[in-house]
Design a protein around this ligand. Structure first.
Ligand SMILES: Nc1nc2c(ncn2[C@@H]2O[C@H](COP(=O)(O)OP(=O)(O)OP(=O)(O)O)[C@@H](O)[C@H]2O)c(=O)[nH]1
Ligand SMILES: [Mg+2]
Length: 199
């Protein structure tokens, strides 16, 4: 068992060139706009307002960094960073802006060497969307050897117990979370910890 004992906002930036350069392990939260990336960061860190969430898609517009300390049962600490990214496929920005914006996020994702984990969020109610299939294929294709992808189904409070069971049966590695259920995040918490401490 591990837990997050410290979390704080570090900085925001629009481009990779503006981000601090160091070796801290980074964990990126990715997925469609409004899927619940910022809410999940708040849930994992047990802080209501660390990452800004909103019911209006497109809330997160910059690359946001948070300093995180995990602690295990022996009270050893492991530092890493969570990175909250703008959502994929946010339709309300102009075409030009979307192209430019997508380019900078892509550049960050492909060039940032200290990214260790891509946490890819999928709405548990809409599991077969093309945008998710295509994005996951893209992440598999650019993923380097030292990097991991964790697929997480969010908003599990919006599906039935049977649906949740079938997601697990399909692949027991599938992780289901809900921002309304504290107990739902332990599996993901432990998985992140396991990967960063085996680095
Ligand atoms: N029912 C339910 N609602 C959720 C859950 N997680 C997030 N939400 C809601 O979904 C909306 C979007 O949440 P955000 O965390 O802002 O989503 P995001 O992926 O960060 O969105 P962008 O920043 O626009 O990319 C908010 O109204 C949240 O309250 C969940 O597990 N269950
Ligand atoms: Mg967000």
């Amino acid at each position: 068992m591990s837990k997050i004992v410290h979390s704080s906002f570090k900085m925001s930036c629009a481009y990779i060139s503006q981000a601090m350069e160091d070796e801290e392990i980074e964990i990126c939260f990715i997925g469609r706009s409004n899927v619940g990336k910022s809410s999940l960061i708040n849930m994992l860190t047990n802080k209501k307002k660390l990452a800004k969430k909103s019911s209006t898609p497109g809330k997160t517009r910059l690359i946001n960094f948070f300093d995180i300390d995990f602690q295990n049962e022996e009270k050893e600490k492991f530092s890493c960073r969570f990175v909250d990214l703008p959502g994929l496929g946010y339709a309300k920005v102009s075409k030009e802006m979307k192209k430019d914006w997508g380019f900078h996020i892509k550049e960050f994702i492909e060039k940032r060497k200290n990214i260790k984990i891509f946490i890819y969020l999928v709405d548990a109610r809409h599991r077969e969307l093309d945008i998710d299939k295509n994005s996951l294929e893209y992440f598999e294709s650019i993923k380097q050897e030292h990097q991991y992808i964790i697929k997480v189904f969010t908003k599990s409070d919006k599906i039935t117990k049977n649906q949740a069971r079938s997601i697990k049966i399909k692949n027991n590695q599938n992780i289901l979370v809900s921002s309304f259920d504290k107990n739902s995040i332990y599996e993901l918490n432990d998985k992140i910890y396991e990967i960063i401490t085996n680095a």
